[in-house]
Unconditional design. Sequence first.
Length: 278
Amino acid sequence: MLGGLAFKTLVRLVSDGGVVILSGAGLSTESGIPDYRGETGRKRRADPMTYQTFIGSAEARRRYWARSHLGWRHIARAEPNAGHHAVAQLQARGLVSGIITQNVDGLHQAAGARKVIELHGAIDRVMCMSCGGRTSRGLLDQRLREANPGWHAQAIVINPDGDAVIADDQIDGFDVVDCHSCGGLLKPDVVFFGENVPRIRVDECYALTGEARTLLVLGSSLTVMSGFRFVRHAGERAIPVAIVNQGATRGDDHALLALDAPLGPALTALLAELGPAS
Ligand SMILES: NC(=O)c1ccc[n+]([C@@H]2O[C@H](COP(=O)([O-])OP(=O)(O)OC[C@H]3O[C@@H](n4cnc5c(N)ncnc54)[C@H](O)[C@@H]3O)[C@@H](O)[C@H]2O)c1
Ligand SMILES: [Zn+2]
């Protein structure tokens, strides 16, 4: 597999530089954060929070924050893996002109990558839906602890995006807090299902993709249109698309190459093949 034609083509494309990376949940599974769909393309969970549910009821927000209060620490503890480090290395070598990630875990930056566009936001930030103010998740964590002294819950399952499944009776007793400057509703600074990515961010990604020499997709099933549209954009401009992903993706028909391999080993091998930085 590594060493085959797809891998050789990948090495050639990356060595030419001008690579725009579009990463997804598959890049972070080796850090212990589950993806949504996995290799078979089947969804691992039936009910991700939607924007409409979140804004629709105080009860849904209580449920969300209680579960997330517990679950986000799992993501906060995660460390970048060999794949994230390889991406940062490729960028440091000047081969990467942009990084667009669908992940909300901050692991690209933790590995040293710069100017990462977080298409779906970041789980370690919180935003106020009234005044738009952004605060750190650490601060919210502290306020939620203070509002819920003695609250202890046990996670049954940790879902992607730092959502922990906990028993209903443990959710009932959880108190949510509001924006400390205006009293507005707080929301994690992530794009929920059913919510649009801010236009300005989308346009930035289109511009970046349009100027790429290669669009390299890492660990995304591309099921979500939010990421897939950039693959189409590249395809329409005859910009080669390369995909490294375990399992099929919706972008395979648009791709010059699709390498089915685990990302840590594949990207480490890619770096080795490129040779020492000049
Ligand atoms: N880490 C995170 O921040 C995180 C985690 C889960 C979901 N999400 C959100 O959910 C959505 C999920 O869409 P998506 O396309 O990013 O993910 P996805 O779950 O739809 O697809 C992930 C793909 O990566 C593959 N994969 C898993 N581990 C791999 C590995 N080690 N090497 C190579 N391939 C591997 C899977 O087989 C799958 O095809 C995104 O919009 C994202 O915002 C984020
Ligand atoms: Zn506010």
